[in-house]
Design a protein around this ligand. Structure first.
Ligand code: NAD
Length: 308
């Protein structure tokens, strides 16, 4: 069985698959056009979020039996086209829970204490101690939109910082709610109007596309913070920009963007605002998460071939 690893995946994945008898090619920077030319040679395609597995790729992948996604989101794979072609799609949803939740904690602390602004200012030779007043997280309310693996992990960590937790989700884990003494709200607007920090952890679905637009931002508490480490398309960039420029919200931290890298004038302006903390989709970029994801996808693929 021939495997193509088309995005940068920890070496452990290739080693485990080779040890199990698979022939593995690692082409981490393969372009979309090259992928079109070579995909027909492979039985297995392994990707992260860079490579878009479109219907076109799937149709050209005449020998494809399994697509492995190292990560959670399947929005970069045409799952319907894969199903129609009888191709199994596997992912490793548990790999990034700790990594993303720790990044979000870093973002929240930075927004509250303005660490990113202080850092920029000192590097420009300034000493703006008097300007750099922040707030404490202790006693503040965190609104978690999407109370799945990552949302729950952020809530647990925030509880340790003395925060009150509000939750909005379409399905809720009652055990986790009780454990964190978290309160569930029935309407996202109720969470937005009461939270000092809002953090988003929903998947990208037709129902969550632009879930955060003008109406959501105008429901937020004046001067609150907004964090998005889910998917860029969950947020209407232009609306977020308006909310920040009008002072409706005090700051935002973003790990994900509608275009990656940001390319529209609105996205570029958003990135340039001093009260916006940005990272280039590094949520899952820890040694531990990548090693776990690589091992898990290899094991899932080996197991899948036992039953194919
Ligand atoms: P998960 O499936 O465990 O949790 C998602 C939660 O969102 C679920 O509880 C679900 O019920 C809820 N949800 C779905 N639709 C909703 C809606 N319309 N309104 C409210 N809640 C809704 O997923 P997870 O592991 O917690 O990951 C969440 C998302 O984070 C992923 O889908 C992915 O897009 C993103 N992610 C980003 C990075 C990164 O690098 N920044 C890494 C991993 C995951």
């Amino acid at each position: 069985m021939r495997v193509l690893i088309a995005d940068e995946v920890d070496a452990e994945c290739g080693s485990k698959l080779r040890a199990a008898g698979f022939e593995v090619d690692e082409k981490f920077d393969v372009s979309y056009d090259s992928l079109k030319r070579i995909i027909g040679l492979y039985d297995v395609l392994i990707v992260r979020s860079r490579t878009k597995v479109t219907r076109e790729i799937i149709e050209l992948g005449k020998n494809l039996k399994v697509i492995g996604r190292v990560g959670v989101g399947l929005d970069t794979i045409d799952v319907k086209a894969a199903e129609e072609a009888g191709i199994k799609v596997l992912n490793t949803p548990q790999m990034s829970t700790v990594a993303v939740s720790e990044l979000v904690m870093g973002m929240m602390l930075s927004l509250a204490r303005r660490i990113h602004i202080a850092n920029d200012s000192m590097k420009r030779g300034l000493w703006e101690k008097k300007k750099l007043h922040g707030i404490e997280l202790n006693g503040k309310t965190l609104g978690v939109v999407g109370f799945g693996r990552i949302g729950r992990a952020v809530a647990e960590r925030s509880k340790a910082f003395g925060m009150n937790i509000l939750v909005y989700d379409v399905i809720v884990d009652e055990g986790a709610l009780a454990r964190l003494s978290a309160e569930r709200v029935g309407r996202v607007e109720d969470l937005l109007s009461r939270s000092d920090v809002v953090t988003v952890h929903v998947p990208l679905l037709p129902e969550t596309y632009h879930m955060f637009g003008d109406s959501a931002f105008s429901s937020m508490k004046q001067g609150a913070f907004f964090i998005n480490a889910s998917r860029g398309e969950v947020v209407d960039t232009a609306a977020l920009l308006r909310a920040l420029k009008s002072g409706r919200i005090a700051g935002a931290a973003l790990d994900v963007f509608e275009h990656e890298p940001p390319e529209t004038p609105d996205e570029k302006e958003l990135v340039s605002l001093p009260n916006v903390l940005v990272t280039p989709h590094i949520g899952a970029q820890t040694r531990e998460a990548q090693s776990l994801g690589a091992a898990l996808i290899a094991e899932n693929i080996i197991n899948a071939f036992k039953t194919l």
